[in-house]
Structure formats: structure tokens, C-alpha cells
Design a protein around this ligand. Structure first.
Ligand code: ZN
Length: 351
């Protein structure tokens, strides 16, 4: 499987570099982005050291050096818009200039401040960051990263002390994660991340019970969680706002809005708006659906709460007369985009 993936990667790399060398990708960009914008969706920007420590899935991580390369491509080849300009064009149906671009980040990870901001500043590029407001300025982390760190700790503990196996097996079994205790890998982290990623959509009560039982079994407090997976503080949010970064809503608890009753979805959407209005008063009210899940009912709630735009995770380009509450985005993650041709191939929709 891994060999197959590597061959696929090398093929893509070869194709992207050949098309770039021939100028085909650049021509393709001019055709598909004529009077259109591409909205890029980032989550995390990490150094190599932090990538080895994170509990986040590779699907939401970009290497810091790759991010720097990507921003130089955007600066050279795209018209990067502020959210104000993007919103004004959509609301008034004024066509975008060719190859317009909006840079967005979901979740408000602390690395957006530490790693992404200096690179954005170097190129004087604006960006928009969506915040799940209850996580900002506090010690909580998302359950995926939390569970990954606990499960990795459990694997290491069982390797050192096989007598603890049955207790930890019991903690992991309700979420059917007990098989991670048998992982042969020297570093179990990548396989644990993948196993946890597949559990998206499980009932919060089951997830919380598993977190509690593992925390107890491992005698760990929340303070021992890896700093690397923390969220922004409000001081960092304000400092970014002073440097041209805008902020939008991403719910309060980061609940998947199509999985909860509409009343709860309404609360998530409203709380997000109210807290943001207090925290970053000058920002254009925009929203990003957590996990990308939305429905016409949820979009109506977002509209009613006073947001001007809402972003999905559905891939594609944006015209000024598209639905302002179902804006498409192109996800950028590591693996694919570590060179200029590969990044451009992704942005213009080839990969
Ligand atoms: Zn999110």
C-alpha cells in the first residue's frame, strides 16, 4: 500500500513539474480562474519538530517551509484579497479579478500565530481565521488530539508494563480502539492518529467517557497534554488582528451542526458571533461550518445570525454570483504541496 502511494506521489510530482516547465499549469490557471477566486483552506502550519509531537491528522497539517513556498507563489501569481474586498464583491455581484484568492484557516490553532503569521507578514498577505470560540484563550484541546495523546501514552505504557494491558484495553474498547495496543510500529503515533480520525461522528458522551476513563487509568491531568495542539489566546488573536488578520466564527464547541438539533446549532452559531463581536469588534462577520457539514436549514440560521458569508469544505472555485452561504474552498495539506508546481497543480484543481 505504502509503495503504491509512493509511486502515485512520484507520478504526480513528475506530471506537475513537467506541466509547470511547459507553462501549461500557468495557462490552466488563467483559464479556470478567469474572473474567479479560489479560497484556500488551511488548518495548521507546523515545524518538523512539532509535526513529530502533534496528535493532528496529516490532512490538516502543512509544513512551515512548504507554507512559506506556497505564500511566495500566491504573492507572485494571485491577487490575494482581504475578506472585506471578497465580501463586497460577492454581495454586489462584482466579478472577481482573474486569479483572485482568499487565504483562510479553520480552528484558530496556536501555530497560526507562531508559524503562519510571520510568513504572512513577510509577504504582506491578509488572511481570515475561523474560531471555535469556547476553545480560544483556554486550556482545552479538540477530542481527536486529546484522545490520540492518551492512546499513544497507553501503547507506550503497555509496552513497558504488560500488566497494565487489561485496564487500558477496557478504557479503549468502548470506542473500538483497543487494537492500537498491538501496534508493531516503533512510533505508534501515525497509526493512532489514523485510527482516531476514523471515529469522527461518534456520540460525544461515548468519546467523553473514553477520555475520562483513559485519563484515570493513565493517572494524567489535562495539564500534561501536548502544548503543540493548543489554540490561540485572545491576546494572540488581537495581535494578529492588528497585523491584518481577520477572524470569523466556527461555532462555540466546534459541534458538527448537521448532527445536533437545530436549536443547538442556532446556539453554536449565535454564541460564536457574540463572542467574536466582543473579542474582535472590527471583523467582517463570516462563518465556516465545522467539519464542513451544512444544510439549507443550517445556512438559514447562519444568515439569521447576521453573518455575511459562510464557507464549506466542498472543493471548487468561486464566482461573484455564487451562494454566499455555501462558498467552496480548496483544502491545502501536507504531502501534496511541497513544491511550487505541486502547490499550483492543487490550487488550480489538477490534484
Ligand atoms: Zn474545524
Amino acid at each position: 500500500m505504502i509503495v503504491k502511494q509512493q509511486i502515485k506521489f512520484i507520478l504526480k510530482l513528475t506530471v506537475a513539474h513537467a506541466l509547470y516547465g511547459l507553462g501549461v499549469l500557468q495557462l490552466w490557471q488563467r483559464i479556470v480562474l478567469r474572473k474567479k477566486a479560489v479560497v484556500l483552506m488551511y488548518h495548521r502550519v507546523l515545524t518538523k519538530e512539532d509535526r513529530a509531537k502533534t496528535g493532528s491528522s496529516p490532512g490538516i497539517v502543512v509544513d512551515r517551509d512548504a507554507f512559506a513556498t506556497q505564500m511566495s507563489v500566491l504573492k507572485q501569481r494571485f491577487k490575494v484579497l482581504s475578506v472585506e474586498e471578497f465580501a463586497n464583491r460577492m454581495e454586489r455581484s462584482v466579478p472577481f479579478e482573474d486569479s483572485s484568492c482568499l487565504i483562510t484557516f479553520d480552528d484558530g490553532w496556536r501555530d497560526n500565530y507562531a508559524e503562519a503569521l510571520p510568513i504572512l507578514q513577510r509577504h504582506q498577505l491578509p488572511a481570515l481565521v475561523f474560531l471555535p470560540v469556547n476553545f480560544i484563550g483556554g486550556p482545552r484541546v479538540f477530542w481527536q488530539e486529546h484522545l490520540t495523546h492518551l492512546a499513544v501514552r497507553a501503547v507506550q505504557l503497555v509496552r513497558n508494563d504488560p500488566g497494565r494491558r487489561s485496564q487500558l484495553h477496557e478504557g479503549l474498547a468502548p470506542m473500538r480502539l483497543d487494537s492500537v495496543l498491538n501496534l508493531p510500529d516503533h512510533d505508534p503515533r501515525p497509526a493512532v492518529i489514523e485510527a482516531v480520525r476514523k471515529k469522527k461522528g461518534l456520540a460525544p458522551a461515548l468519546i467523553n467517557a473514553t477520555l475520562a476513563s483513559l485519563t484515570h487509568a493513565l493517572s494524567m491531568g489535562g495539564e500534561e497534554l501536548e502544548e503543540v495542539d493548543a489554540f490561540l489566546s485572545w491576546e494572540q488573536v488581537n495581535s494578529m488582528a492588528r497585523h491584518g488578520i481577520a477572524f470569523g466564527g466556527h461555532g462555540a464547541e466546534h459541534r458538527i451542526l448537521t448532527f445536533v438539533p437545530l436549536d443547538e446549532a442556532r446556539d453554536e452559531i449565535r454564541t460564536s458571533r457574540q463572542v467574536l463581536e466582543r473579542g474582535v469588534p472590527a471583523s467582517v462577520p463570516t462563518f465556516s461550518y465545522p467539519n464542513g457539514n451544512w444544510s439549507p436549514e443550517v445556512a438559514t440560521l447562519v444568515k439569521e445570525a447576521g453573518y455575511r458569508l459562510a464557507f464549506t469544505t466542498e472543493p471548487g472555485f468561486v464566482s461573484c454570483d455564487d451562494d454566499r452561504f455555501a462558498i467552496r474552498r480548496v483544502n491545502i495539506h501536507e504531502g501534496l504541496m511541497n513544491s511550487k508546481p505541486m502547490f499550483l497543480a492543487r490550487v488550480v484543481g489538477l490534484f
